[in-house]
Design a protein around this ligand. Structure first.
Ligand code: MFK
Length: 546
């Protein structure tokens, strides 16, 4: 037998992740930091085990069996091993419960768990995200009966009582434009609301509950006339007959996740609040799932870079290991710097969320959270695809071979810019957030994050770029079409400025502890430029599309 290449090994996802370790050491009080360690260590162990298991077992997908042998409708879904383990893992390590604890650090501690668990979970994190979102939307609704009914299940620390919740919005007609929802809510003779219609992407169909948008009978058109309902899917051990699974989707990635097309034929439902403004009521859920999306996107980046970095030491070409090849090392270092910026922004959103929820944030920080949430989601989603693509290229042809497990990283990453609102929908959402005082809040906090950092070039780049963004916004505020056409460039610019300022804050802290690597990440990140502003020419756009 001739030469055989050593495959890449996954370093321990928790103990070897210096970015995560430094963040937690900086941001958490020592007592809480120590208390968190055991759960993160165990989730890191599980992630390493799952990577090894994936390399030695045949990959499986969920299977739907609609009918049993005797003609009974059963809609049984067989799940992969990681999915079968999901409830036990989640509750044992309090993945969701941690985020709803009574502390300003609760969300940061939750999302550290999410980050480590995500890839090993095979996107079981998708229904977890929705369950977290449902718990948050229920709390915001103030509906005591539903809160008492569902929250103990959603936030349970025991697998036996744990429930997953879905988020049933998307329909054939209303994907991004949810206001076109066709599902109807009607009251029966006993006054019970029931839902009738078809939901086109249901990613938690194996769950026990869902929040669903529907149009109450007789209500008008558009989003404001929709209502938000809570539903349960099970009747004891059986799925309720009024919920029918039509088929599972055949997707580009996230193939272990059983995403279904369903129809509702009178499923009992309870309104969360008023029978209107359902989009406004579901917004707290969207902002939670968008935060999950951002953290899971950086988890994918971390995994791709960790494997490429490890491989660069094992693989020799042109007489030396890849890591000693200047261009290869440059490529990996660029990825690392971009990742550290994205990581800083996603986790700042997580931490800020906890502080705002617990009333521990300054007054301007609620506006900041409203702005940073879509920015983090849209920027990390796009970056995850780019980083996963570049990282699998670091393996040459091996990165293109299915059973290395590497192509899956890229296919799965492509979901981040799509789920929970595409990049363009989120760019437009950031304009909504900028209509408040999001930009003022961002400028205030960036000044604070930069304070004390000795990289004057970085500080001035952030300040100048934020000034340019503010001028751009003023200049185009009255021209809605130009504003929208340039919204993506504006969003990327603001996201990169926030990330650079956050890198500066981390670099200042790490420098004091003798670690110069975050300062290098800051220099490299700023070196790639912060300004992505564009002023599109509408005539050229029309010509190009003509
Ligand atoms: C592993 C990672 C985990 C990730 C989980 C993945 C789950 C995957 C399942 C899915 O993908 S589910 C599908 C996700 N679909 C979307 O995200 C929908 C995309 N479309 C949008 O986001 C639209 O912007 C939206 C439907 C929310 C709003 O469009 P409209 O109908 O034009 O809404 P409008 O009239 O601007 O806003 C209605 C109200 O909601 C307004 O408040 P008011 O009634 O008080 O005026 C808005 O301010 C408010 N609102 C909208 N977005 C908000 C928000 N409030 C707070 N935060 C937001 N993000």
């Amino acid at each position: 037998m001739g030469f055989l290449q050593d495959p890449p090994q996954l370093p321990h996802p928790y103990r070897s992740d210096r970015t995560l370790l430094a963040l937690l050491d900086r941001a958490l009080p020592a007592e809480r930091r120590a208390a968190l360690d055991a759960d993160l260590d165990a989730l890191g162990d599980y992630a390493q085990m799952a990577w090894q298991r994936a390399g030695t077992t045949t990959r499986r997908k969920p299977v739907l069996t609609p009918w049993d042998a005797w003609g009974q409708r059963v809609d049984r879904i067989e799940l992969t091993p990681a999915w079968q383990e999901g409830g036990a893992l989640t509750t044992r390590h309090a993945v969701l419960a941690a985020g709803h604890a009574d502390s300003e650090h609760a969300r940061l501690e939750e999302f550290a768990r999410v980050y480590l668990y995500h890839l090993a979970s095979e996107f079981y994190t998708c229904p977890l995200a929705m369950t977290d979102g449902a718990a948050t939307a229920l709390k915001a609704s103030g509906n005591r009966a539903l809160i008492e009914r569902a929250l103990p299940h959603f936030l349970s620390r025991e697998a036996a009582t744990f429930w997953l919740s879905g988020q049933w919005m998307t329909e054939n007609v209303g994907g991004s434009d949810v206001g076109d929802t066709e599902t109807q809510a009607r009251q029966d003779a006993d006054g019970q609301w029931r839902l009738y219609g078809r939901k086109w992407f249901s990613s938690a169909v194996v769950g026990e509950a869902a929040l669903a948008l529907a149009r109450p009978e007789g209500a008008g058109h558009g989003g404001a006339a929709l209502a938000l309902f809570y539903v349960e899917t099970m009747d004891g051990a059986r799925r309720r007959p009024e919920l029918v699974i039509d088929r599972l989707k055949d997707k580009l990635g996230t193939q272990e996740l059983p995403t279904a097309e369903i129809h509702l034929d009178g499923l009992p439902a309870w309104p969360l609040g008023e029978l209107a403004h359902g989009v406004r009521q579901v917004a707290p859920m969207l902002n939670i799932t968008r935060t999950w999306n951002a953290v899971c996107a950086v988890a994918s980046m971390a995994r791709a870079i960790a494997l490429a970095r490890d491989f660069a030491e094992r693989r020799r070409a042109f007489g030396r290991p890849l890591i000693e090849q200047p261009l290869h090392a440059q490529t990996l270092a660029d990825l690392q710097a971009q990742f550290e910026g994205a990581f800083a922004l996603a986790f700042e959103v997580a931490h800020l969320l906890g502080r705002v929820e617990q009333g521990a944030a300054a007054s301007h920080e609620a506006a900041l959270l409203r702005l940073l949430t879509p920015l983090a989601k849209l920027w990390t989603g796009k970056l995850a695809v780019r980083i996963c693509s570049e990282a699998i290229e670091c393996f040459g042809g091996a990165g293109y071979i299915e059973d290395t497990g590497l192509p899956q990283l890229l296919r799965d990453a492509q979901v981040y810019p799509i789920w929970e609102g595409t990049t363009n929908v989120l760019s437009l959402d950031s304009l909504r957030a900028l209509a408040g005082d999001g930009l003022g809040a961002l400028r205030t906090v960036c000044a604070g994050w930069l304070d004390g950092n000795d990289d004057l070039h970085a500080a001035s780049a952030v300040r100048q770029t934020l000034d340019a963004a503010a001028r751009w916004l003023d200049q185009h505020a009255a021209a809605r079409d130009t504003l929208e056409a340039g919204a993506r460039g504006l969003a990327f610019t603001l996201a990169r400025c926030a990330a650079a300022a956050l890198l500066a804050r981390q670099a200042t802290w790490s420098g004091r502890h003798g670690d110069r690597r975050p300062a290098a990440a800051l220099r490299r990140f700023v070196g790639h430029g912060l300004d992505r502003l564009v002023t599109p020419d509408a005539d050229d756009t029309a010509l190009l599309l003509g």
